[in-house]
Write a protein that binds this ligand. Structure first.
Ligand SMILES: Cc1cc2nc3c(=O)[nH]c(=O)nc-3n(C[C@H](O)[C@H](O)[C@H](O)COP(=O)(O)OP(=O)(O)OC[C@H]3O[C@@H](n4cnc5c(N)ncnc54)[C@H](O)[C@@H]3O)c2cc1C
Length: 392
C-alpha cells in the first residue's frame, strides 16, 4: 500500500521481499474468506485498537473501511457486509484481488525484488540484502519497513527485524501471539472425544470482559473467534500468573431460574447426557465440558442437584495453562513502540526510515481490523515518505 501511494506520488519504488512471491500472508487470510474490514461505525471500529487507537486514528480516518472497500472495488473485487458486520470480497478470495493489485503496481512502475532478505544497514546507511546471487547493498532516499509480525513465519514474517531495530536504539516491545489459542489440560477422554468440535452461541468471560461467539476444542486446548476476541486479556493473565480462568456459558440467554425449572423435570430412564441435551438443548461437547469441570471439583455431574446443574451450564470454569505458540497465531501483539514514530510514521531515531503494518505495537481482534490497520498505516507511511522527500 505504501508502494502504491509512493508510485502515484511520482516516486521510484522497489518492493523487496524475502519470499519468492508477494503477499503470502494476505493469501493465507484469503483462506478464511478474506475479512478485509468491518462495517461498524468508525468510533466503534477505532476503539478495537485499544490503547494504540490515538496513534492509528489519523491513518484509519484517512483510509477508512469505506475507502478500503472502494479500493477493492476499483481492483474489480466488489465487497459485501456479512451478517456479523464483517466485510468480505464477494469472491471470498484474496488471490484475484492480489493479482489485480500486483498488475496495477506493475503498470505504475513499481519494481519487485523477490528472494531479497533485508538484513540491516551497512556503515554508510545503505540497505543490505541477502539474495540468491549473494549479498547486495542498496542506497535508498527513503525506506518503508513493512516486515509484519512473527506469526506463521513460513509465510515470510519471522520477526527477525526486532534485533536490527533494537540495535539502533528503537524501542520494540516483545512480540507475542495475538488472536491465538490457549492450552488446557483436558482429560484424555474429553480430548479424544471432542477434539475439533465447536461450541456455538456461547458466552465467554474473563474478569470483566465478556464476548459471545464460537470456540473450538483442540487437542491441546481451545481456540476460535470468541477466544481470539479475549486473547489479549487471557494472554496477559497466562503470561503474568501462569494461568487464566475462562468461564463458559452454554446457554447465555437462559437465566438460572429458567434452567433450574428445565432441569428439575423427571429424568426417567434417560441417561444424564440425554436428559441434559433434551431439557436444556446442550450439545454433547457442552455436556462434556460440564463433566470435566464437575470431575475437577470431585463431584461428578450425576451427583449435582438441578439448581447446581443449572448454575454450571452458564458458569463452566476452564483453566487455561498456556498460550498456543506464536507461529500458529493469527497475528502478533508487540512491535515497534508507537512513540518511536512521528505523525508521518517515520522512526524518530532513523530519519528517512518509516514503518507500517503489523510490525508496529498495536493489536486488534479478528474482524477485519488487522488488514484495515495494515493498509491504513501503509498508506500513511507512503504519504509520510512523499512529505519527507519533498523537504529533503
Ligand atoms: C491464518 C491467518 C488468517 C488471517 N485472516 C485475516 C483476516 O481475515 N482479516 C484480517 O484483517 N487479517 C487477517 N490476518 C492477519 C493479516 O493477514 C495480517 O495482519 C497482515 O497480513 C499484516 O500485514 P503486514 O504487511 O504488516 O505484514 P505481512 O503480511 O506479514 O507482510 C510482511 C512481509 O514482509 C516480508 N519480510 C519479513 N521479513 C523480511 C526481511 N527480513 N526481508 C525481506 N522481506 C521480509 C514477508 O515475507 C512478508 O511478505 C490473518 C492472518 C493469518 C495468519
Amino acid at each position: 500500500m505504501a508502494a502504491e501511494v509512493l508510485a502515484s506520488g511520482g516516486a521510484r519504488v522497489t518492493v523487496y521481499d524475502s519470499m519468492p512471491s508477494a503477499g503470502r500472508k494476505f493469501l493465507m487470510a484469503g483462506r478464511g474468506g478474506l475479512n478485509l474490514t468491518h462495517s461498524e461505525p468508525l468510533p466503534d471500529f477505532l476503539a478495537r485498537y485499544r490503547e494504540a487507537m490515538p496513534h492509528l486514528r489519523a491513518a484509519v480516518e484517512a483510509f477508512p473501511p469505506d475507502g478500503l472497500r472502494d479500493w477493492s472495488a476499483a481492483l474489480g473485487q466488489l465487497t459485501f457486509v456479512g451478517s456479523s458486520g464483517r466485510v468480505f470480497p464477494k469472491t471470498f478470495k484474496a488471490s484475484p484481488l492480489l493479482r489485480a493489485w500486483l498488475r496495477r503496481l506493475d503498470a505504475a512502475g513499481v519494481q519487485f525484488a523477490l528472494r531479497h532478505r533485508w538484513t540491516g544497514w551497512d556503515e554508510l546507511g545503505r540497505l543490505e540484502f541477502q539474495t540468491p546471487d549473494g549479498p547486495i547493498v542498496v542506497a535508498a532516499s527513503a525506506t518503508v519497513l513493512a516486515l509484519g509480525g512473527a506469526s506463521w513465519p513460513r509465510l515470510g514474517s519471522d520477526g527477525a527485524w526486532v534485533d536490527r531495530l533494537a540495535a539502533k536504539g528503537v524501542a520494540v516491545s516483545r512480540l507475542r501471539p495475538a488472536n491465538s489459542g490457549f492450552t488446557v489440560a483436558w482429560s484424555e477422554l474429553f480430548r479424544d472425544r471432542f477434539e475439533g468440535q465447536p461450541l456455538k452461541g456461547v458466552a465467554l468471560t474473563v474478569g470483566a470482559h465478556a464476548v459471545r461467539g464460537e470456540a473450538m476444542i483442540t487437542r491441546g486446548g481451545i481456540e476460535g473467534g470468541a477466544i481470539y476476541a479475549l486473547s489479549a486479556e487471557l494472554r496477559e493473565a497466562v503470561l503474568g500468573i501462569g494461568q487464566a480462568r475462562l468461564t463458559i456459558a452454554l446457554r447465555p440467554d437462559l437465566d438460572i431460574a429458567a434452567l433450574t425449572t428445565r432441569l428439575s423435570g423427571t429424568r426417567g430412564k434417560q441417561s444424564l447426557a440425554n436428559f441434559l441435551r433434551k431439557a436444556a438443548q446442550l450439545s454433547p461437547v457442552g455436556i462434556g465440558l460440564m463433566q470435566e469441570a464437575a470431575i475437577a471439583t470431585g463431584r461428578p455431574l450425576a451427583t449435582l442437584a438441578p439448581a447446581e446443574l443449572a448454575h454450571l451450564v452458564n458458569a463452566i470454569p476452564v483453566q487455561l495453562t498456556g498460550v498456543a505458540p506464536i507461529d500458529r497465531a493469527i497475528s502478533t501483539a508487540g512491535g515497534i513502540a508507537l512513540d518511536e514514530l512521528d505523525d508521518r510514521f517515520m522512526l524518530r531515531k532513523l530519519p528517512g526510515v518509516f514503518a507500517a503494518g503489523e510490525m508496529l505495537d498495536w493489536e486488534a481482534p479478528t474482524g477485519g481490523y488487522l488488514l484495515q490497520a495494515s493498509f491504513a498505516t501503509g498508506a500513511a507511511a507512503g504519504r509520510g515518505v512523499l512529505r519527507w522527500l519533498e523537504k529533503s
